[in-house]
Every structure is written in C-alpha cells, then in structure tokens.
Design a protein around this ligand. Structure first.
Ligand SMILES: *Cc1c(COP(=O)(O)O)cnc(C)c1O
Length: 394
C-alpha cells in the first residue's frame, strides 16, 4: 500500500486539521475563548504582529479553534488557502465587497440564495456595480454575458429550491478566457459531492451553517482558494468584523467529523425518496438532479460524486392550502427555514427562501405554490418514506 496516497474524504473529515491545535495531549481541539494573547517580550509580540512568527493577536482577526475549522475545510476542498466568517452571508458579502469596486460588473444567475440575491439587487447597485442575473441554466446566455466583460462570475449549484445544475467547468473556462474571477457557492453539494476548484473555479464558499456543521446549532461561513485572493478577503473580514466565534467553530468542527458519513446517507436517501415520490399519484413534478428526468442530470453526473440531500416536489393539488394540510402530518421533519441537518427539514419556498416574492414572481421563477423543499436527514430511508406515504394519504 502506498502510505503517501491522499486519505479519502471520510478520513479527512475526521482528521484533517486536527493535529495542530491539540493541548496537553488532549485528543480533541479545545475552544479557545480568548480575545487576546500574551507574549514573552515586546520583540516576540512584534514578530507575531508583523507575521514573521506564527501566533494570534486579537480575536476579531484569528483564533486557534477557528484555524482548525478553516484548515479542515481547506483540505476537503483541496485549496491553497482559506478564511471564514460568522455566517454564510458574512463570507459572501465580504467576498463580493472585497473583489468588486465601483464601475465593475458581475454576472450571476437568478436562482442564487435569497440573501445573495439581495446583495446583487439591493446593495451592489448602490455602489455603482452593475449586476447581470441570467436564467440559471441558460449556459449560452451566461457565456454571452461573460464575453461582454465582467470582474466576477458568481455561481451556485445545485440551487435553491429547484436544485438546478450549472456546468462549472464550461463556465469557468469561458470566464478565464475573459480574466474573470469565478466564485461557486458549494453549500448544497458539500466537498464530499463536488469540488468546484478542481472544475476550474477560483473560489469556493459555503454556508457552514448547513451541511458542513450538519446539526443546525451553529452559524458559519467559509471560503477557499488561492492565497492572494483569500488574503484580500480575510483582510476585509477582519476589518468589517464578521468573525466566526470559537464556540461556533468548535460545533462546526465536531459536526464535520461525520460529514462524509452523513452525506453518503443523505445522498442515498434523497435519491430513493425522489424515485418514490416520482411514482406517487398525489405528486406533481419532483426536482432532484439524481433523476434522469432532471434537466441538469447529465452535467450533475459529470461534476458531482453524489447528488446531495435536498430535493423538492410539487403536490398535484397545486395550492398553498394543500401544503398547509400536508406538512403537519409529517412526523419526522421539522417545518423550518433551514437545510442540511441530521433531522429532515421541510418547508415551502412560499414561506421560507422566497417569502418576499409575490405568488406571480414565484411563478415566473418556476416556483409553484405547492412546491415543497425537502432536506433529507440521516434517519433511516424506510422511515422517511413511510412518513411521506402516511402524510400524502391524509
Ligand atoms: C443558507 C445559505 C446561505 C447563507 O448562509 P447563512 O449561514 O445563513 O448566512 C448561502 N448560500 C446558500 C446556498 C445557503 O443555503
């Protein structure tokens, strides 16, 4: 056996980054709740402050527990450098405000996460930054917009809530022909199912709040990529102050030890459930990239190792009233505005991700009133199917 072979993702989820910060033979990374740090003398302090010696200065900048969390994600994404923020939106806004200046142009898609969409439509335009949001799966249109010139191409795949798939390799190539920085939000896929950097993206980011942490008990955001870009994003974040808390970093780190186990189970369950729902008489369309009927199935098969834990479906009776009747009958699903946890979570976009849109706007985005997002937990697949079967028969 070749002992130099890179460990597989399950092993990395457990071990990556952990060794550096262990204290007094502890086997677990400690939560370092210290705002500042002491030094032997002023010379040592100066060396640390100037970055000539490793060490920490102040909790808004860096922290030992946060470092370990970042390092684990860096290794799983196969990146040169990494930095983090207090939330997914903290890292997304830090990144966009770091890379974009007045007069710049950004190209993205219509189906990005709601908060990201707000940055594009409400905040960036105030700074005279031009934002072009293309139809998410219209690759020709996206390429045409990239060719007109842009500083940043911002992608998300799979998207929320209809799990659309964007071809990262194809669009990254188009972007690099135009000197554009490519950012991919990899929250839905996780590094277990997809590594955007290996497909040509420059930066990959996550809302760690979702699958990375996996237990719906901590917020966090993280971004990986080349050192020169990450250094700039880190610098903006240390100044804007959206710093990841060490306790949150610890919870995310602990959650991540089971990342590969969880994702494997969630991939398997989501596919089985998508197939089950596709054949159910009370169900309209089922959206899941693992189904051959899904528009993005071929691309997903090329760029993903698994199809993820989120699916969505429409009830045949297409009304919010029908959804209101259905959801309370589910025994094993939280009705909540979250996803990616060990528990199954269910929610209609009409009340969660797209609550601020009118019914007409949602319809224009292909989100019908009876669409339900279903984030599969780690429960046994058979129990989830029985649960859905029972609720659908009511
Ligand atoms: C939740 C989410 C975000 C935002 O993350 P927060 O941690 O809630 O700030 C960004 N992108 C995607 C795809 C998400 O699901």
């Amino acid at each position: 056996m070749n002992s130099k072979k890179k460990p597989q993702l399950g092993t990395q989820s457990v071990w990556a980054g952990e060794e550096a910060s262990l204290l007094q033979n502890a086997t677990q990374v400690p939560i370092v709740n210290s705002v500042s740090y002491g030094y032997k003398d002023l010379d040592e302090w100066l060396d640390v402050a100037l970055g000539e010696k490793p060490g920490h200065i102040y909790g808004r900048n860096t922290n030992p527990t946060v470092d370990v969390f970042e390092e684990k994600v860096r290794q799983l994404e196969g990146a040169e450098a990494v930095t983090s923020a207090s939330t997914g939106m903290g890292i997304i806004s830090s990144t966009l405000f770091t890379l974009l200046s007045p007069g710049d142009r950004v190209v993205s898609v219509k189906d990005t996460y709601g908060g990201t969409n707000k940055i594009f439509t409400e905040f960036l335009p105030r700074f005279n930054i031009d934002v072009m949001l293309c139809n998410t799966t219209d690759h020709n249109a996206i390429e045409a917009e990239i060719a007109k010139g842009c500083k940043v191409l911002y992608l998300e795949t799979p998207t929320n809530p209809t799990v659309k798939i964007v071809d990262i390799k194809r669009l990254a190539k188009a972007a690099h022909d135009s000197n554009t920085i490519v950012i991919v939000d990899n929250t839905f896929a996780t590094p277990i199912n997809q590594n955007p950097l290996s497909l040509g993206a420059d930066l990959v980011l996550h809302s760690a709040t979702k699958f990375l942490g996996g237990h719906a008990d901590a917020l966090g955001g993280v971004i990986c990529g080349p050192k020169d870009l990450i250094d700039q994003i880190y610098h903006f974040r240390e100044i804007n102050g959206a710093t990841l808390h060490p306790t949150a970093a610890y919870l995310l780190l602990r959650g991540m030890k089971t990342l590969e186990l969880r994702i494997r189970q969630q991939n398997k369950s989501a596919l089985t459930i998508a197939q089950y729902l596709s054949n159910h008489p009370s169900i309209g369309h089922v959206y899941y990239p693992g189904l051959p009927s899904h528009d993005g199935h071929d691309i997903a098969q090329k760029q993903m190792r698994g199809f993820g834990g989120v699916l969505s479906f429409e009830l045949k009776e297409n009304s919010l009233e029908a959804v209101k009747k259905f959801i309370p009958h589910l025994r094993y699903a939280h009705a909540a505005a979250n996803l990616g946890a060990v528990e199954t979570i269910v929610g209609p976009p009409a009340t969660t991700s797209h609550v601020e849109c009118t019914a007409e706007e949602r319809a224009a985005m292909g989100i019908s009133e009876s669409l339900i997002r279903y984030s599969v937990g780690i429960e046994n697949t058979e129990d989830l199917i029985r649960d859905l079967d029972h609720a659908l028969s009511q």
